[in-house]
Design a protein around this ligand. Structure first.
Ligand SMILES: Nc1nc2c(c(=O)[nH]1)N[C@H]1C(S)=C(S)[C@@H](COP(=O)(O)O)O[C@H]1N2
Ligand SMILES: [Mo]
Length: 503
């Protein structure tokens, strides 16, 4: 087998392996379609209408499978060519792989409603190409004398890589099918008593550019350690409550829904959010109070914590007091009046007003153990984060944006401030390190959410810095001393640089 033939085969094996891993990644990570399908759809989009109609008339409902197969066939030819190119110039072949990946990326990102994360499968596919080509390429160049042996080893490696890639694709398919099945149960799920609530007009400060008080579902931040989102059918979900309790309890999803429902607006935020950062969101949550469940099982003396465990093995430790006092700590089944999105913990996750997510907001929760902080270390505590994670008083400027250029004169500025479960009393802004001046704040009607604020300033031409600080209802004033997110949340004033143009 000649060296250039081996390179061509290496190109084909590497190329198809990349398609397989990107397909698996697409199925596992997102519900959007894989790069191959995205390319197929791009072809459809750029095909003139009459050609597409002809094709559909000719092929009927088989048009999509035929198109996808054609795309795979054509790319396979391209893989062979680029592989062969590798025997001449490794550098030019790399450029060709890059160009192909860029094309895939374009196809994926030009889809309607594409997200930045849709690029991940393409990147994984590209990395697979490079790694496989490197492995195969080393053995593709035949040395005189040892050719028979070399050929056997090359073919074995190519077959091994091909089989491995096929296995990855099958695994992705397996997980993807599970996901589709659970998405289906989610769509069909009815949650009696769960309501949808629109934000009251008083929650709005009325300044364009300020973060919407209710976070749009697609804008709600996502933080977790899972590779593939757990897919739990509500019919199979169980929650075990045990540990220092009088009567251990195991609940089914129906058992949970049989209990009294609580609903509340709660703002959730991440301890890793830097000053001015985006890892915060507000939603209308519906669920069952943890306090009532803990009362049912009877908490024993000496307990001070609940160790929560997710279906994916992630754990967090929540202070017992936050789960038993009068706040709306709940096992949530709905977000904004709909069953939880899979990524946000379907079918059940915990929400505790006033605590950072890493110590409270367990997604895909399946186990609550009443225990003592001295007896365990939760996932993030083991990695250097604090055992306790109460939310810190904080505020953010949304308007103007950093680097904005505004006209001189009256300027409306605004943003959000939060101190969940304590409440925000007031917000102040300061221009260029000058005196603090009071901002107006909207009225969310609860202390468990953020508040919108706005102020009117008079600005003169030049470069300006705007700072914000909040005061909570306990009289605590936000400190300007900068503190890193590790180990229990950032501190400091958010500042925005902007410039004022001559009138
Ligand atoms: N199972 C599980 N639950 C989890 C996490 C996780 O990694 N795994 N991360 C926590 C963290 S750090 C935060 S900030 C919130 C984020 O919730 P969201 O992704 O719904 O916004 O979930 C919490 N619950
Ligand atoms: Mo977090």
């Amino acid at each position: 087998m000649s060296s250039s033939r081996r390179w061509a085969l290496a190109g084909l094996v590497a190329g198809l392996s990349g398609l397989a891993t990107s397909y698996a990644a697409a199925l596992m990570l997102t519900i959007r379609e894989s790069p191959v399908v995205a390319v197929a759809e791009l072809v459809v989009r750029v095909t003139p209408g009459f050609v597409a109609e002809r094709a559909i008339a000719l092929l009927g409902t088989a048009d999509k499978p035929v198109l996808v197969s054609t795309v795979i066939l054509v790319t396979s030819v391209v893989f062979v060519v680029i592989g062969w190119l590798g025997s001449r110039s490794w550098r030019w072949s790399l450029v060709a792989w890059l160009a192909l990946a860029a094309f895939g990326l374009f196809a994926v990102l030009s889809q309607d409603g594409a997200r930045a994360t849709d690029a991940i499968p393409v990147v994984i596919g590209f990395l697979t190409w490079v790694v496989c080509l490197d492995l195969l390429g080393r053995r593709a160049t035949s040395r005189p004398g040892s050719d028979d042996d070399g050929r056997r080893r090359f073919l074995a490696l190519a077959a091994g890589i091909g089989a491995g890639a096929a296995a990855v694709a099958l695994l992705g398919r397996f997980i993807g099918v599970g996901r589709r099945r659970v998405e289906e149960s989610r769509r069909l799920l009815r949650l009696p008593g769960v309501t949808r609530r629109e934000p009251a007009p008083r929650t709005r400060i009325g300044l364009d550019g300020v973060t919407p008080w209710r976070t749009r579902p697609e804008d709600f931040y996502l933080i977790d350690t899972t590779i593939a989102v757990p897919t739990i059918d509500p019919g199979e979900w169980r929650l075990r409550i045990h540990g220092l309790v009088d009567r251990e309890l195991t609940l089914t999803f129906a058992d949970l829904l049989d209990r009294e429902l609580t609903e509340a607006w709660v703002t959730l935020n991440c301890v890793s959010n830097p000053v001015g950062g985006p890892l915060i969101g507000n939603a209308w949550w519906s669920g069952v109070r943890v306090a009532s469940l803990l009362e049912e099982v009877g908490v024993q003396d000496g307990a001070d914590a609940v160790l929560q465990t997710s279906d994916d093995g992630w754990t967090c430790g929540t202070p017992l007091t936050a789960l038993t006092d009068d706040r709306d700590a709940m096992l949530a089944v709905a977000m904004n009046g709909r069953p939880l999105p899979l990524e946000h913990g379907f079918p059940v996750r915990t929400i505790v007003p006033g605590l950072y997510g890493y110590v409270s907001a367990c997604k895909w929760v399946v186990d609550l153990e009443v225990t003592r902080f001295s007896d365990f270390k939760a996932f993030w505590t083991e990695r250097g984060w604090s055992e306790q994670g109460p939310v810190k008083l904080s505020s953010r400027i949304d308007v103007p944006t950093s680097g904005a250029e505004v006209p001189a004169g009256e300027l409306r500025v605004g943003g959000i401030a939060w101190a969940q479960h304590t409440g925000v009393e007031s917000v102040e802004v300061a221009l260029d390190g000058g005196a603090w001046q009071a901002a107006e704040i909207a009225n969310p009607g609860t202390d468990d959410t953020w508040v919108q604020w706005a102020a009117t300033l008079s600005v003169t031409p030049g470069d300006r810095i705007l700072r914000v600080r909040a005061t909570d209802k306990d009289g605590g004033v936000q400190s300007g001393a900068e503190v890193d997110v590790v180990p229990n949340g950032s501190e400091g004033w958010h500042a925005i640089d902007f410039s004022v143009a001559d009138a």
